[in-house]
Design a protein around this ligand. Structure first.
Ligand SMILES: Nc1ncnc2c1ncn2[C@@H]1O[C@H](COP(=O)(O)OP(=O)(O)OP(=O)(O)O)[C@@H](O)[C@H]1O
Ligand SMILES: [Mg+2]
Length: 254
């Protein structure tokens, strides 16, 4: 195990799922990567990976006496992909605290774990990925409200001992130097990259493929590859990391 990252934002629709898969595919060139849809209430990673009709998903694993994680792990696009289902009943039946065990088990079999995280901080299932992660990638759109929401995620992450991997600006049009300069002042960690607005992102989603599989030569794909290079995952002792996940204290959400 090298490191677990949460890909989070505060705001919805900033590009967390797109970014999780793009960073995952880029890192998979060098590392053994597992991506997990930890947005268990509003899952959508399955649709970005052609797994819309997957038989077993993370929801089944999070049930009391549920399926083993292997049953919900699919080899896709050079990564191990753990999708989550979209049924509200399954979300309600799932026990979010079991995510600790899932992440601990994955820690022993993969190098880099990317947790696609929920937009809110409003429930146990929503805060867990941020609390469990070693570092948080904060995905922002270049607007002041997005920065403000991202700062709440940062504050929350830091208060639970998770570090900030850096900020990733997505759907960027034109010069956003003034916004990234502001972000640099308030966010920990480096600017990981600025991903341009790209029609290829929507087309990839419609095709059920990650951006780096659907349009590897697009400027957005190149920007994600560069951002993945800045991430520089760290080596951690697999057993120590797994123990930490297993014994993580799950806070009451703010
Ligand atoms: N760089 C981009 N250029 C254009 N469209 C993009 C870009 N990145 C993402 N999108 C589009 O924006 C929408 C939201 O992206 P995505 O689903 O990755 O966001 P999210 O943060 O995971 O959303 P949610 O909070 O709903 O989980 C999608 O339709 C996606 O195709
Ligand atoms: Mg998403």
């Amino acid at each position: 195990m090298v490191e677990a990252f949460a890909v989070a934002s505060g705001k919805g629709g900033t590009g967390k799922t797109t970014s999780t898969l793009a960073l995952g595919m880029a890192l998979a060139e060098e590392y053994d990567v597992t991506v997990v849809d930890a947005d268990t209430g509003m899952a959508n990673l399955l649709f970005h990976t052609g797994l819309g009709d997957a038989d077993t998903t993370l929801h089944d694993v999070l049930l009391e006496g549920g399926a083993p994680i292997e049953a919900a792990t699919y080899e896709r696009f050079g990564m191990s992909v753990v999708p989550c289902g979209t049924s509200l009943a399954a979300f309600e039946a799932a026990d979010p605290e079991r995510l600790r065990t899932v992440v601990a088990e994955l820690a022993s079999t993969t190098d880099v774990l990317l947790l696609d995280s929920p937009a809110t901080l409003g429930s146990k299932s929503a805060v867990l990925p941020i609390v469990l992660a070693d570092r948080v990638v904060v995905v922002l759109q270049p607007t002041i409200p997005a920065l403000s929401d991202g700062l709440k995620v940062q504050e929350y992450a830091l208060s639970y001992g998770s570090e900030i991997a850096g900020t990733l600006f997505n759907r960027v049009r034109g010069d956003v130097g003034d916004v990234t300069a502001k972000a640099d002042r308030y966010f920990e960690g480096p600017l990981l990259g600025t991903i341009p607005e790209s029609e290829a992102a929507g087309a990839a989603r419609a095709a059920g493929e990650p951006l780096l599989a659907h349009a590897p030569d697009s400027p957005a794909a190149a920007a994600y590859r560069e951002a993945a290079g800045v991430l520089d995952p760290r080596t951690g002792d697999a057993d120590a990391v797994a123990d930490r996940f297993r014994s993580a204290v799950i806070p009451e959400p703010p």
